[in-house]
Design a protein around this ligand. Sequence first.
Ligand code: GAP
Length: 453
Amino acid sequence: MQDLMQKITSLCKRRGFIFPSSEIYGGFGSCYDYGPLGVEMKNNIKRAWWKEMTQLKENIVGLDSAVLMSPKVWQASGHLTAGFADELVECKGCHKRFRLDELKQKKCPECGGELTKPRKFNLMMKTFVGPVEDEAATTYLRAETCQGIYVNFLNVLSTTRQKVPFGICQIGKSFRNEITPGNFIYRTREFEQMELQWFCHPKEAEKYFEFWLKERINWYLNLGIKKSNLRAKEVPKKDLPHYAKRAVDIEYKFPFGWKEIEGVHNRGDWDLLNHSKHSGQDLRYFDEEKKEKYFPYIIETSAGVDRSFLTFFVDAYQEIKGGRTKTTKATKEIEVLLKLHKAISPIKVAVLPLVRNKPELVKKAKEVYKLIKPHFPSQYDELGSIGRRYRRQDEVGTIASVTCDFQTLKDDTVTLRERDSMKQIRVEISKLKEIIQKILEGEEFLKLGKIVK
Ligand code: GAP
């Protein structure tokens, strides 16, 4: 199964989804860069989440807070103390470090050497603000985006007149000095989170926990993730994060095993209470109607953008031995199909001239491309046989391909090919934009034009 991860990693590199960071210098500590297709897909994931949370739900507003915050924030949140630390052991021979909870044996997995006693290793990334590198200038890159939400709790309340229950959501980078990053983009030291903080009355916390857990699982399912690859796992009391009263991990079945992709947490009053204590500001909520003042409980849904990316990619990846098309020369090859959901696919349309040695066809195809490009993320491709070009598009998940052929020159119609069925219809160029829109909205493909036999 690790073989599958290698294939996915190499496809990501070859087609411009993901590159190792600083590659010309030999890479850098499990950091990755998203390439031209990767950034489109990543933006689509974030857009889908943002729409779900802010547009399609009631009483949720957005925020974009700074990565750098007062170090007092991290004192109050408990991240600078033992709560946010992994137990680490070091090999006395090769000096490699390992997380205690990931070790299956008492010896070094690399060289078999003796291991040191475990010690706590804090995951916060330290940095200095300003020209002097001393204790007074020390702060940290945020380890979770939600702390920026808590410190703005009063600002949002007073500017939006929200009433409990309500939510604040944010998408942004977080940083953790992970001891053992790995499995491609699954665990990295710099990553992006999509977090919702839902503020509610303590008595309603459990009800909303169940609500949000269900909502979040449905988000993945609605975007095409196979149900059998998704599960919710209650986190045992002894493993709860330092801030949580209850936690459920949403897990995906990766080629390297079932792994967490999102956490749903009941954070109780941990954050608002501690920020009140440390800042001296009263962060309690006053219910005007009931004349009740209290710390709202927080139900949090915390998803990783990069882990969502990997989830969508792995789930969509299919290999077809011998290929799907039996009419081309390539039938002995392994064909790759990236069956991404329409909302997630980086490219929606490819425009292809049937052949590239006919200038009038190329000219027409470029005109069609120009027509389509402002409306949908599109690609123009004229290199190689038409069958090979279709497969190149299938491999990156392009939803539909438009081909300009000799008939196009006669009657201004083109063929539209659908990725998943490989079926083709003939449509007028003047209606192309409207028809592609309908395909993306999920209308039945074969009803949108004249079927090509
Ligand atoms: N605010 C709560 C919080 O941060 P978490 O369970 O530590 O909770 C939430 O992280 C999500 O953030 C994870 O489920 C994962 O998707 C993502 N995440 C955490 N650490 C990560 C890492 N080192 N690399 C990639 N994603 C990570």
